[in-house]
Design a protein around this ligand. Structure first.
Ligand code: DC
Length: 236
């Protein structure tokens, strides 16, 4: 059996476009591993909030000095961010980290550090990686690049349904839409659709439909490259 380079499926898109959950599901179907690059920016921001002074004044060198405390640990299906050797879990999804992570993600040294972690995770496995610049900067040669978009109102609605576990009111959706549009603006520089990415507008798709499409695209691509090959057989 000859060794071949890892296959990379890159899934990029703005906040709350469903990238991470879609990527996790696609990875499972293809028998690839999922890497959530945003989780590394979040984990480092979490470390900053615990160990450095007020977020407005963080210097890049200070943050990078703490970066070695953040690692990606292999788990079934993908990788989990750990801090000081322990899983960070939902602590990185809270409002404080979300408020300050954009600022951390602007720092070029931090971006280089995240990209190195993500590439290392992909070195030995086929991966589905989600983020903002995966298809442009991290894996410009990815086998498949998908750029997920959805109407901001719909993204806000989905996020609230997940968070509140009930149907949100229009006023709640409007407020969340406002917040999302601001986050989109803060992350705009690094959120780039690669020229060879396939744009997938999920506004009117269910998550299962998005996943089916990406899995079908990945399988078609592998068949095209090597008619005898296949990825993630079975399971529709
Ligand atoms: O996708 P997310 O909300 O978990 O991302 C957290 C932050 O990290 C957000 O500000 C965008 C940024 N990010 C980035 O700049 N590049 C990536 N590849 C992934 C995330």
């Amino acid at each position: 059996m000859s060794a071949r380079p890892s296959l990379v499926v890159a899934i990029d898109g703005p906040a709350a476009s469903g990238k991470s959950s879609t990527a996790r599901w696609v990875a499972e179907r293809l028998h690839f591993r999922h890497v959530d690059s945003g989780a590394l920016y979040r984990a480092l921001t979490h470390v900053g909030l615990r160990s450095l002074g007020p977020p407005g004044g963080w210097r890049e060198e200070e943050l990078l000095a703490h970066a070695r405390r953040v690692t990606l640990h292999p788990v079934p299906g993908g990788f989990d961010p750990h801090v000081d050797g322990h899983p960070v879990g939902e602590a990185i999804r809270g409002p404080e980290v979300t408020r300050h992570v954009s600022q951390v993600a602007q720092m070029p040294g931090v971006r280089a550090w995240v990209n190195a972690q993500v590439r290392a995770a992909a070195a030995a496995h086929d991966v589905v990686v989600d983020g903002r610049d995966i298809g442009t900067v991290v894996f410009p040669d990815a086998a498949l690049k998908v750029f997920l978009v959805a109407d901001p109102w719909e993204r806000a609605r989905r996020r609230l349904v997940q968070r509140l576990e009930r149907r949100p009111t229009d006023d709640e959706i409007a407020e969340e839409t406002e917040r999302l549009v601001h986050r989109d603006a803060s992350d705009a520089t690094q959120t780039v659709q690669a020229r060879d990415a396939i744009l997938l507008d999920t506004t009117y798709l269910t998550q299962a439909e998005q996943v089916d499409r990406i899995v079908a695209l990945a399988r078609a691509l592998v068949r095209g490259a090597d008619p005898g090959a296949g990825v993630g057989g079975g399971g529709g």
